[in-house]
Design a protein around this ligand. Structure first.
Ligand SMILES: *Cc1c(COP(=O)(O)O)cnc(C)c1O
Length: 404
């Protein structure tokens, strides 16, 4: 039940306007319950969720197996801190390593924390293994990157709004153009410890690099003894039609960064995975988090991974995504310049002459579809991976109607 103060859309939004920071500009819908791919607002209007909380809901809302794990674990043990062991943490670490074919993992809570953890691991590896002089380590990152919102991370963003007013920033990062192998090779120096990159730039507007870009980047990194750190927080765990997007290039990174769907749409949990050589730069006391590796999140994550594997969500994303894209490409729209993406991470680029993507998202909302614009001109379509062909057809009918 919605609380009394919050049973009507406008009253709810007024509370947020009045009492919350204004750091988001949400669509004017107040969601009160959800199941699978569907959500209902406080007025009981039904919508198809085509954002999936920026891909944190790959398994859909309130997946029964994930909810069962949550309830079970909540009835037994929720938090120990890492001062003691708990019986869920080890099994999750093993499952994660098996899934990613990596030797070790370090579990945190949010995506940004996992990226910070990767930065720390890469720098310390640089000093203790590669032999970079103290405090000289440099990490190469890409224009239009999105890796989170901490001060270190926004410090190496190329997006003025993410940075403006939040400096001074940490040194040690160098920006290069995305999808440009020559730029990577040229930027590497003896002090470079890592190249941090997204396999597809989601927040930048679903920018898919050329086939082979990651393969070439991995080769260059290996040749120069530089760690390849892949941020798969959004692209990983099935979203793009493979378990990890880097599988398209047949590579495995030195550091893999996961978050979002690892928590099954229920609880924040993130992780980095790496070789022993890299991970063992951390010794007791070097790094930590009170809630990192808590048994409630670990139990949920074990179930979240089981669902992705058991229900073959990567294969589903590949099939449905291909169908979705071909239908979108087949429509004769005066408003859309380009459809791009992989699996069920799809962007429709709205022509500048047709207005902003936001306007289209507002109209889609009226039609019962919740999608969100990214970078002004791109409508992102990223439904839960448990969606059926019927769900996609239901959405397509409305999307095509609006766009043609
Ligand atoms: C969402 C996201 C992050 C940040 O994750 P939070 O949990 O919001 O801190 C980092 N990198 C990518 C690619 C993301 O999509």
């Amino acid at each position: 039940m919605a609380t009394k103060e919050c049973s009507a859309t406008e009253a709810c939004i007024d509370l947020v306007d009045r009492y919350s920071a204004h750091n988001y500009l949400p669509l004017p819908v107040v969601i009160a319950r959800a199941e699978g791919v569907w959500v209902w607002d406080v007025e009981d209007k039904q919508y198809l969720d085509m954002l999936s909380a920026y891909s944190a809901l790959n398994q859909g809302h309130r997946h029964p197996k994930i909810m069962a794990a949550l309830h079970d674990q909540a009835a037994r043990l929720t938090l120990t801190s890492r001062a003691f062991h708990n019986d869920q943490f080890g099994p999750l670490c093993k499952n994660l390593c098996d899934l990613a074919h990596m030797e070790s993992t370090l579990v945190m809570n949010t995506g940004a924390e996992a990226v910070e953890t990767a930065v720390k691991a890469a720098r310390k590896w640089g000093y203790t293994v590669k032999g970079v002089p103290r405090d000289r380590a440099e990490i190469i990152v890409c224009d239009n990157n999105f890796h989170g919102r901490t001060t270190t991370i926004v410090g190496f963003s190329s997006e003025e709004q993410y940075r403006s007013g939040f400096g001074p920033f940490a040194p040690g990062f160098r920006l290069i153009p995305y999808n440009n192998i020559d730029a990577l090779e040229k930027a590497i120096t003896a002090e470079t410890v890592a190249f941090l990159v997204e396999p597809i730039q989601g927040e930048a507007g679903i920018i898919v690099p050329d086939d082979g870009y990651l393969r070439a980047a991995a080769d260059i990194c290996e040749r120069h003894n530089v760690l390849l750190a892949l941020d798969e927080i959004q692209t990983g765990l099935g979203r793009t039609g493979k378990m990890f997007c880097c599988e398209y290039d047949g590579i495995s990174p030195d550091i893999l960064i996961l978050g979002k769907a690892l928590g099954g749409g229920v609880i924040p949990i993130s992780a980095i995975l790496a070789s022993r050589e890299v991970m063992d730069v951390f010794t007791p006391g070097d790094h930590g988090s009170t809630f990192g590796g808590n048994p409630l999140a670990c139990a949920v994550a074990i179930a979240a991974l089981d669902v992705i594997i058991g229900e073959k969500l990567p294969e589903k994303a590949a099939q449905l995504g291909a169908y979705f894209v071909s239908e979108l490409e087949g429509m004769d729209s005066p408003h859309i310049k380009e459809i791009r993406g992989r699996g069920l991470l799809i962007g429709a680029y709205v022509k500048e002459s047709s207005g902003t993507a936001r306007t289209f998202c507002e109209k889609l909302m009226e039609e019962g579809i919740l999608a969100k614009e990214t970078h002004g001109q791109v409508i992102r379509f990223a439904p839960p991976l448990i969606a059926t062909k019927e769900d996609i057809d239901w959405a397509l009918e409305r999307i095509v109607k609006l766009l043609t």
